[in-house]
Design a protein around this ligand. Sequence first.
Ligand code: M6R
Length: 588
Amino acid sequence: MCGIIGYCGPRQAADILIEGLKRLEYRGYDSAGIAVGNHEIKLEKRQGYVSLLRGKLEGNVGIGHTRWATHGAPDDRNSHPFTGCSGEFAIVHNGIMENYKELKQELLSRGHRFSSDTDSEVFVHILEEEYEKTGDFREAFFDSVSKLEGSFAILAIHRGEEKIMGIKKDSPLIVGKGNGENFAASDIPAFLPYTSEIAIMKDGEVCEIERSSIRFYDMRGTPVEKKFRFVDWSPDAAEKAGYEHFMLKEIFEQPMAIENTIHSLFSRDFQIGPYPKIDIIGCGTSYNAGMLGKYFIEKTLGIPVQVHYASEYRLRPPIRENPMSVFITQSGETADTIAAAKLARSRGCPTLAITNVIGSSITNSVEHVIHTSAGPEVGVAATKTFIAQVTALYYLGMSVGRSASMLSEKTYSGLMDGMRRLPRLIEAALESEQRISSVSRLLKDSNSIFYIGRGFNYPVSMEGALKMKEISYIHAEAYPAGELKHGPLALISGGTPVIAIVSRDETYDKMLSNIREVSARGATVIAISHEEEVDDYADYRIEVPEADDLFSPFANTVVVQLLAYHTARLRGCEIDKPRNLAKSVTVE
Ligand code: M6R
């Protein structure tokens, strides 16, 4: 999983490429590089962040890459772009070339010398061979991509030509049309300061980009008509807007993320279901969103919902019934989730994806798509996309319930009112930031933190623990509070922090007992609760606004996000780019 960008126009390509790559760094930041060409191709690449590139290359056409290593160590040698033996071409690649070993073997036997351990480099060598046959860059590009298997978004340039050739298959590629200049990139924010007129490429499409023209083809070379459209993201939406980190900015954008998601969902008439059973599939935070969806749908509709990790779902043998299968992925590019969706579809399950990225790969693998409208999320730790996913799942449940007459009009409209109040609820929860920041001091030197909750607050605990370990590198575990005494309680000793999420619902009294149990073993209990009575049980309490059982998880989520954020900040962690992680995980 990597980010790629291409530029062709009157400006210095190096400047545009480096600026764009910085906005793509969420996709990987092991190394970065650019190639700029006119009469000759000049290259700069190195291990580490994009900011390490000097960008002093002259030229008006170029390509760039920011890498999350898969094949080959994250070092200078394996950084993109690659220029092959002749230096006539440069290429960047995002994805996996599955047949690269065979291709590399053949190329080696014909005298090609490789400079890296990557799968990607084979492509530039193939391009060199194909070009020798015809002397035509475009033709050579088509012939070369026809030899590839796997997933790829590739951009290539040729010495002496002001042209970029690109292909998309199972990895994203978006083309941006400017005024006398054109762009291509893995994601829209990369070129958003220059143009908001975009075309999203579909699998198997090739683009040919010059300063004042963009042409699209299918893989056989037949021209394809594509519509450009305007996106209404301001360039600022992809910047930090004064916040210290993208993650914090994105946490504070949650009222808007919900507002926009609700707005786009409510304007759509879902006639969906009824379904006797629902499967929800995702990874990481998307899995946790699925868990909240399960609690909501089971409670309001009584339909059984099973939530699966996408990587495990794929090991599942066919089962007798084909449940409605809902795939959640903010990026729409997670390899395990896409593979799971393809599997479910091949087995005849009705499939639906919830994703934040329009035109992302998952949308080609399912029958129905719900777009969340959280806006671009740059921080590797998912926050506003989680809230938007849960919002979409609630709405999905309500729509299924309504169209199958499982919800009365009164209940449905009560739920709609609750949904409409969500942005305000989140704003009220955000007001506790000061308090959360000071409580984080208690956590910053911990070795291990436990999160406990029951019912709806169990998935919130899971999400809290995931956020904490992801960005602060503190070991954190979530348990349904009732499970503690079945083993984990042995880990509680003097001063162990326990975050207890306590809502005034059917779980309330039991949660108070669970707090007593851990307190008795010396734990330091930090409760997230609206109830003042909890002060008698916990060592510290973070106030959350009062909310109905079904909606309190939204407010509690904000608190666990901020708790992780402030703890990581006090520890001086790289919050937006945690070690070893990347924003979208396109390997299995
Ligand atoms: O793009 P996806 O929603 O499919 O990503 C799934 C996970 O990789 C992702 O949620 C990951 O767990 C986040 N970094 C968590 O903050």
